[in-house]
Structures are given as structure tokens and as C-alpha cells.
Write a protein that binds this ligand. Sequence first.
Ligand SMILES: [Zn+2]
Length: 104
Amino acid sequence: MRIRKGDTVLMISGDEKGKRGKILKLFAKEKKAIVEGINFIHRHSKARRSGEQSRIIEKEAPVHLSNLSLICPKCGKHTKVGVKILKDKRKVRICKRCEEMIED
Ligand SMILES: [Zn+2]
């Protein structure tokens, strides 16, 4: 998985192309993620009792990972993620633009 929870990503396709947000939740199996502020769905919540108001709930819906690109925290550009193996055999993600390490 190249994108992780807490990463800032850019929408690279779809209606909300160009928007950016933080990954709040990842669904690895479905290859989807909930991104803060992106892909809102509106749901009507009907009043069940009298006196209660019906309201519209806004909630982020999952976005497919193929619509997202990681924004490098170092150079601030959206980038492809590479993998580098450190001397201690630890695998880290790197930005393919500036080659800086991307912290988890
Ligand atoms: Zn970078």
C-alpha cells in the first residue's frame, strides 16, 4: 500500500479533481479511502418523533485510490511513491520527484 492513513492526497480525476485532503480511513481490500473534505454524500435523516427535525447529514464517501495521488510533504507536489531500502533493511517510501523520504 503506497498511500497511508494521515497522508495528504490530491484528487487527480473525477468531479473533485484538484482538491486535496487528508486520508482519514483506508480500506485496503477495496482500494478505497475516506479523504477529509472530499466526496461528500448527503443523506436525509427523517424525523422519527414529532418535535424532531429532519436534517441532511453530510458525510465523506470512500474514494478509489486510483483517483488519488500522494502529495509529498517535502516538496509539496503530487508525486509517485517509490520505495527505498535503508542500510538497516528498513523499507521507506520516497517521493519520486525530490527523492526525500516520506514519513509514515
Ligand atoms: Zn517531494
